[in-house]
Write a protein that binds this ligand. Structure first.
Ligand SMILES: Nc1ncnc2c1ncn2[C@@H]1O[C@H](COP(=O)(O)OP(=O)(O)OP(=O)(O)O)[C@@H](O)[C@H]1O
Ligand SMILES: [Mg+2]
Length: 319
């Protein structure tokens, strides 16, 4: 079942009128470097600088070095026919860092997510996670390496219960020999699996929902089930594509708090695509702004929102 549509979000920025075909043609006539990438400010990951021991002339010397990024997206480009959906995008996400990826409709955010998670193969560029090249790996292998994802349109199965969604995710992660049987016949969960499911449901604010059929849930609840399923894999990096879509203001606020907790207490890195700017502000350390396939600004939330290029591109207003 596919539910939800980001474009219906009440808190979406006003339409910019910039995504029509005419504008797209102008964009693709430009060279990749034609649009300035405005580097407002670039934070390092929140863990600060670490140190390494360097052996030199028999001595241990403590030399500071920059933190190694968890996710490294380098010069990624993806075209659909004549449309350059993502053009030469480069950025990093540090271990345990929370980064917002924002921009108007059609900016290329979901396409970039698909390139990172393996649903799409980029035409150029590469993606590494903790130094491991992801290019060419199927999505399930990326998931086992620690890349979790929720979708712009929540992907849930109406004939399953909430608990079954999480059990399947848990078993898929471990990839045991009985996975196919488990998926088809849903063998009874073990006590350990039940405990794990209960923990995750508690974490996302829906404790005790194990036996509820997903078909009985509203859109907002389906989003929480999808998030719980992603978290059941204990990702080191969660890519969340408009998770507040379909949630009301209170649920959105609570979801931002859950994501912050996961980041701060469990060290999970987050790449958050979101049109609800109040959620972005509450949930991220740093924001990356895309427009028409390219990064136009990076910095803290306040810095990028004050940037004239962002105000024009994303909010449709002048400086
Ligand atoms: N499968 C596809 N085939 C052709 N064009 C596509 C495809 N997927 C995306 N596009 C185009 O690529 C561009 C980027 O789309 P994408 O969905 O990545 O943007 P987005 O930033 O996620 O937008 P939104 O905020 O509306 O979700 C758009 O012009 C879109 O029409
Ligand atoms: Mg999208």
């Amino acid at each position: 079942m596919t539910v939800g549509d980001s474009r219906s979000s009440a808190l979406s920025p006003p339409p910019t009128g910039r995504s029509g075909p005419d504008h797209r043609e102008v964009h693709h006539a430009e060279s990749p470097g034609g649009r300035g990438h405005r580097e407002v400010h670039h934070d390092e990951s929140p863990g600060g600088r670490d140190h390494r021991e360097v052996h030199r002339a028999g001595q241990d010397i403590d030399v500071p070095r920059a933190p190694v990024p968890l996710l490294r997206v380098e010069h990624v480009t993806k075209r659909f026919g004549g449309i350059r959906a993502v053009g030469d995008v480069t950025f990093t996400v540090g271990r345990g860092e929370s980064v917002g990826l924002v921009g108007p409709n059609g900016a290329g955010k979901t396409t970039l997510f698909n390139c990172i998670c393996g649903q799409l193969r980029p035409d150029a560029g590469q993606v590494t996670l903790d130094g491991t090249l992801l290019d060419g790996l199927p999505t399930y292998k990326r998931a086992r390496l620690g890349v979790g994802r929720t979708y712009q349109r929540a992907e849930v199965f109406p004939d399953m219960t909430v608990g079954e969604h999480l059990i399947v995710a848990e078993r898929a992660r471990h990839g045991g020999p009985h996975l196919w049987r488990d998926l088809c016949h849903r063998s009874a969960p073990t006590p350990a699996e039940r405990r794990r499911v209960a923990e995750v449901l508690e974490l996302v604010g829906i404790p005790g929902w194990e036996d509820r059929p997903v078909s009985s849930l509203g859109l907002g609840s389906c989003r929480l089930v999808e998030l719980a399923r992603a978290l059941a894999n204990e990702p080191v990096l969660l890519l969340a594509d408009e998770p507040s879509s379909g949630l009301d203001a209170r649920e959105t606020h609570e979801l931002a708090a859950v994501l912050r907790t996961l980041q701060r207490e469990r060290g999970m890195a987050l790449l958050l695509v979101e049109h609800d700017l109040s959620m972005v502000e509450a949930a991220v350390d740093r924001a990356i702004v895309m427009d028409l396939g390219v990064v136009i600004a990076t910095g803290t939330f306040d810095q990028v929102m004050a940037d004239p290029a962002v105000r024009i591109a994303y909010l449709g207003m002048g400086a």
